[in-house]
Ligand binder design. Structure first.
Ligand SMILES: Cc1cc2nc3c(=O)[nH]c(=O)nc-3n(C[C@H](O)[C@H](O)[C@H](O)COP(=O)(O)O)c2cc1C
Length: 185
């Protein structure tokens, strides 16, 4: 099972990207978590460029999403909203429908006590609108993230580790269920 992990942060020392790297260690048997290249590789979304020959970086991005059995998004919140680069990258998938029916886990981490909850709610709405399948148990908000990772990006908080494992297990199970539903239809 191929799980594509997408960070909403472009920052080198990103907590959110560190969580995705840590998740690779918690993947259940048979699941492989691959952290995607940074999302600023696609241009600003412009429907005029989205014709028969979209930019090569967009073709690549869409192919990565299509090839994934499941997706994990982990993102910060900026100014009580979704990072523009992340929303921009996903805007390219509306016309191609790459998220349609795709099981997706959503994690938002912030050093603040709010746990990026506004961006979390907004992303749930956006990604759901784009067709992704998000379950309550595959959505997680991590508050006070600074104290939950060590300087190498390892998750040192036991409750957070357990929550991340639970998110991954839920996502993996949904991937299998979705494959069975598709095979039966
Ligand atoms: C311009 C700017 C706006 C921010 N706005 C918010 C915010 O609305 N809510 C929040 O929880 N954190 C906010 N933060 C703090 C980020 O959560 C923090 O920088 C976090 O480490 C970014 O995620 P990353 O470590 O994955 O890059 C903001 C940071 C910046 C630079």
């Amino acid at each position: 099972m191929n799980l594509l992990a997408i960070s909403g942060s472009l920052r080198k020392g990103s907590f959110n990207t560190s969580i995705l790297r840590a998740l690779a260690k918690y993947a259940p048997e048979g699941a492989n978590v691959q952290v995607a290249a940074p999302i600023d590789r696609v241009p600003h979304f412009n429907p005029d460029l989205d014709g028969d020959a979209p930019p090569a970086s967009v073709v690549e991005w869409r192919a990565e999403l299509r090839a994934a059995d499941g997706i994990i998004v982990c993102s910060p919140e900026y100014a009580r909203g979704v990072p523009g680069a992340l929303k921009n990258a996903f805007d390219w998938t509306v016309s191609s429908g790459d998220l349609e029916g795709k099981p997706l886990a959503l994690i938002n981490a912030s050093p603040n006590f709010t746990g990026a909850s506004t961006a979390h709610a907004s992303l749930r709405e956006i990604l759901g609108t784009m067709g992704a399948v998000l379950l309550d148990d595959s959505c997680l908000s991590v508050a006070g993230v600074r104290g939950k990772l060590d300087e190498d990006g390892n998750v040192i908080d036991e409750d957070t580790r357990a929550s991340l494992r639970h998110v991954l297990e839920t996502l993996s199970k949904e991937v299998v269920d979705a494959q069975q539903r598709n095979a039966a239809s």
